[in-house]
Design a protein around this ligand. Structure first.
Ligand SMILES: Nc1ncnc2c1ncn2[C@@H]1O[C@H](COP(=O)(O)OP(=O)(O)OP(=O)(O)O)[C@@H](O)[C@H]1O
Length: 229
């Protein structure tokens, strides 16, 4: 489990995170939801220990993040900034050389699933196909937790559906996934847990299915209630 506990982060005088707490479990997709600039990427950076905190702590399976944590967790940033000048094959080779946890079989499976060719240069791919490569490079690592920043942003409906299919397939299985979004409607069915963020705090954290079953509300219904107060 990833535990985000009372995390505070300032940039200069700006308090971006004012005490954010939530948990993300293995085997679930947790979605951090909020408008542009609310601090979603900052939270993912904090989980990865890529930005110093001004308070609070983050635990991964009960331990403070340390150099061994990177064997358990991967961050897939938004729009491909990784390895643009490489071909897909070179990028996969790079990952294989760099990470012990690289799973070539899964990478090949994903490549086939997305109908992409190894000799294509990442720079020349469309935005949607770059997003798929991002996903491939992350999912082919045998890690327990995967963080993805806006994996569906700017992606056409067909690519979205393909990416969504991967999330619900054996390729994700029992991993813990945290994704961020400011636009939930098309991906609502994928989300196990929602974390609604506003003005530096979590306004509400809930299990999506429980909410649907017990209160008859979708994530969008809850967002309307919470954000319009
Ligand atoms: N390195 C930095 N230096 C100064 N301010 C920063 C830095 N990184 C982020 N910020 C500010 O922190 C706030 C939160 O940024 P963040 O990127 O986490 O938001 P976000 O919710 O991911 O936004 P978006 O949906 O647009 O991706 C923004 O106001 C941003 O300008």
């Amino acid at each position: 489990m990833i535990e985000v506990k009372d995390v505070k982060k300032k940039f200069g005088r700006k308090h971006v995170l004012k005490g954010v707490s939530f948990t993300a479990n293995k085997g679930e997709i947790t979605c951090v939801i909020g408008i542009n600039g609310v601090g979603k990427t900052t939270i993912l950076n904090a989980v990865m220990n890529l930005t110093p905190l001004n308070g609070g702590q983050i635990l991964i399976d009960g331990e403070k993040i340390n150099k061994h944590s990177y064997e358990k967790i991967t961050f897939i940033p938004d729009a491909i900034t990784m390895m643009p000048s490489m071909t897909i094959r070179e990028a996969m080779q790079f990952m294989d050389d760099f990470y012990d946890s690289w799973n070539q079989q899964r990478a090949t499976e994903l490549l086939g699933f997305f109908k992409l060719k190894e000799n294509e240069k990442i720079n020349n791919l469309s935005k949607g196909n770059r997003a798929k490569i991002n996903l491939l490079l992350g999912l082919a690592l045998d890690v327990d937790y995967l963080l993805m920043d806006e994996p569906f942003s700017g992606i056409d409906i067909f690519s979205r559906e393909q990416i969504a299919d991967v999330f619900t397939s054996h390729l994700v299985e029992d991993r813990g996934v945290i994704i961020t979004t400011h636009e939930i409607s098309d991906i609502e069915h994928l989300i196990d847990k929602s974390v609604l963020l506003d003005d530096g705090v979590v306004l509400k954290e809930f299990n999506t299915e429980d909410m649907r079953e017990m209160e008859g509300k979708s994530i969008v219904d809850v967002m309307r209630e919470v954000y319009q107060q």
